[in-house]
Design a binder for this molecule. Structure first.
Ligand SMILES: Cc1ncc(COP(=O)(O)O)c(C=O)c1O
Length: 280
């Protein structure tokens, strides 16, 4: 059986899930989204994801369907696609209206949800770690909004891949913000640093879980800004995101991080994070 997609209250085969060309998501990237991991049939940390969706929506004054409707749709979508290890993609755009810059009032949002199987990320990237490339962070001032306007992020990711790296690390005015589709942690002189929650990063759900886990393991942690120079002398660095979870970074701009292999703090956090996903 083919893939089923949720579109505006209905469950439809993917080839029939069509959105009009004048949807403002298509023409203006006027919309927001979430990516939610599902482990053993249960969405991981659904509430924080839906809280973040609400914050994104209120930042751009977009109306959302009731939360219970989204939760029920997610369950039903997993059931219909027969998925237990999956990623749910939820997108809400402003809706359909004749093209004009001024945001029209009172149009119905377009709500799309897909669910796809996610195999455990390639074990090799956890064991060996990945390379990263620093890129100037030329994004806007609303990085806390999980906007579908991801062109800058996708160009940075492509630049990183072309340089043989797995992910781009954004640097804004000398400050390390986050990855192009992940958050970043750096162990500097025995203290784990990650950029504070503000309008220059997306507050990742995995970031939140990694902070919890690090604190439980007794690692000193500061949600404080750190510079690209600090990053260059870090003993360990890792990315966090719903899709790749916790990934050690072993080289940045061609220079090794620490000894150039995943470090014990990162591996401990990765292990504890995995245990958390199983427990919850
Ligand atoms: C820019 C950016 N930062 C951080 C994250 C990590 O967020 P989460 O842990 O909620 O997946 C993402 C995820 O896609 C992202 O796109």
């Amino acid at each position: 059986m083919g893939e089923t997609v949720y579109l505006n209250g209905a469950f439809v085969p993917i080839e029939k899930a069509l959105v009009p060309v004048e949807d403002r998501g298509y023409q203006f990237a006027d919309g927001i989204y979430e990516v939610i991991r599902v482990y053993g049939g249960g969405p991981f940390r659904l509430k924080p994801h839906l809280d973040r969706l609400e914050r994104s929506a209120s930042a751009i004054e977009l109306s959302l369907p009731p939360r219970a409707e989204i939760e029920a749709a997610a369950d039903e979508l997993l059931r219909r696609n027969n998925l237990t290890e999956a990623g749910i993609y939820l997108q809400v755009t402003r809706g359909v209206a004749p093209r004009q810059h001024l945001i029209p009032e009172g149009i119905a949002p377009t709500v799309v949800m897909t669910a796809r199987a996610v195999s455990a990320p390639n074990a090799e990237i956890w064991q060996r770690g990945v390379k990263a490339l620093t890129v100037p962070d030329g994004r806007w001032e609303l990085c806390h909004v999980k906007s579908v306007g991801l062109l800058f992020n996708t160009l940075a990711k492509r630049q990183a891949h072309r340089a043989g790296a797995f992910e781009a690390i954004f640097v804004r005015d000398g400050i390390v913000t986050e990855g192009s589709s992940s958050n970043l942690f750096a162990l500097i002189d025995g203290v784990l640093f990650t950029h504070p929650r503000d309008n220059h990063i997306l507050a990742g759900i995995t970031r939140g879980a990694a902070i919890e886990v690090a604190e439980q393991l007794g690692h000193p942690l500061r949600e404080e800004k750190f510079t690209n120079d600090d990053l260059r002398r870090a003993q360990e660095v890792f990315f966090s995101s719903s899709i790749v979870e916790i990934v050690p970074v072993v080289s940045i701009d061609g220079r090794p991080v620490g000894r150039g292999v995943p470090g014990p703090v990162t591996l401990g956090i990765r292990e504890a994070f995995e245990a958390l996903t199983k427990k919850e």
